[in-house]
Design a protein around this ligand. Structure first.
Ligand SMILES: [Zn+2]
Ligand SMILES: [Zn+2]
Length: 343
């Protein structure tokens, strides 16, 4: 694929944001953003750390210098700001550290992912193994999924962080941050004038990935939907929303409504599927029948987040609660309808 071009956005107050396209994994594209305003020269996110992604950073900065006449060298950076603790957004930090000494920032709730990466991967792998059993995933699929997870997570390692956002009053120079947990515990959106850098909280074409909060606290669909609410008051003042993947969003309020709608429909589809007792894996096979490879895990997590949301609110119930006990996780079946919740 031909790399997408660097795009330029200018805010009402004269801040410039450049979207730097990165091939973060083979065939998987995303964006880092370079933000220039009032003495600030911030790189927002830095890709996965794979060679193709690091080359995209170099190429993007060079394009900003050559075609837009900005002072955009590594030596000019004042900050490296991470939107959230997912590898396609922070995995490039080890490389970035070889190019700049600019302070690295992240939200408090994703600090441990960056600074204690190995510990975090071990803990979440442990929880993921239990989740896959409770979800009723076949043992051979469990092994395959866990192996893919390990390979994916082996791509990064711990890096020191210099500042956290709450400690800065959620403000760095002209950048106002809002904490929007859900897609990731420490997800933030960053606003400069009428431009909003949304990380993976808002994407143009798909609803951002959800996972159950049994895997990681401050994720889960309930937190995510609350965080969408938190964004609504900002929407009238936002002209462009720039996510970590896909296209710029022109109508933030409309996009929020569409994402809410999608989750409402998916919740109602899950309730429908659960008229018969089913495990998360069985629900996932109905919702996402054609997934392969790493997407099997993403589909199970997405389904698990919706089932968890309904179970938390007593809209579904367990049909085999009697098998729980003895300290080992066991496959769980849920059912909706009569007896699940007061009508
Ligand atoms: Zn993400
Ligand atoms: Zn992402």
């Amino acid at each position: 694929m031909i790399p997408p071009e660097v795009q330029r956005f200018e805010s009402r107050g004269g801040a410039r944001v450049y979207r730097l396209p990165l091939e973060e994994f083979p065939g998987f594209w995303g964006y880092a953003h370079l933000l220039l305003a009032d003495g600030l020269c911030a790189l927002v996110d830095c890709g996965s750390g794979l060679d193709s992604s690091n080359e995209g950073l170099e190429r993007g900065l060079e394009t900003v210098r050559r075609e837009h006449g900005e002072q955009a060298g590594w030596d000019r950076l004042t900050h490296v700001l991470i939107s959230h603790g997912h590898i396609d957004h922070f995995g490039g930090l080890t490389f970035v550290r070889t190019r700049t000494h600019a302070p690295i920032g992240v939200h408090e709730l994703d600090l441990r992912v960056l600074t204690r990466y190995e510990e975090r991967v071990r803990l979440v792998t442990h929880r993921l193994a239990a989740f896959l059993i409770e979800a009723g995933v076949a043992p051979e699929v469990q092994a395959r999924v866990l192996e893919l997870y390990r390979v994916h997570k082996a791509l990064s390692r711990s890096v020191p962080v210099d500042l956290t956002y709450e400690a800065q009053g959620m403000r760095i120079g002209p950048v106002h941050m809002t904490h929007v947990p859900g897609h990731c515990p420490g997800q933030v959106v960053m606003q400069v004038d009428d431009l909003l850098l949304a990380g993976d909280h808002i994407l143009s074409d798909i609803s951002p990935h959800q996972a159950p909060e049994s895997l990681s606290d401050n994720t889960g669909l309930g937190h995510y939907l609350e965080s969408l609410q938190r964004l609504k008051p900002l929407a009238p003042g936002v002209t462009w929303t720039l996510g970590g993947h896909q296209s710029p969003v022109r109508d933030l309020a409309g996009r929020i409504a569409a994402i809410e709608d999608l989750h409402r429909q998916r919740l109602s589809a899950v309730l429908d599927i659960l008229r018969e007792p089913r495990t998360v894996a069985e629900v996932s096979a109905v919702l996402f029948p054609d997934v392969r490879g790493y997407n099997v895990l993403l589909a199970l997590e997405e389904t698990g987040a919706h089932v968890e949301y309904l179970a938390q609110r007593a809209l579904i119930r367990l049909t085999n609660a009697e098998v729980i006990g003895g300290g080992e996780p066991v496959p769980l079946r849920y059912v909706s309808g009569e007896g699940a919740a007061p009508s």
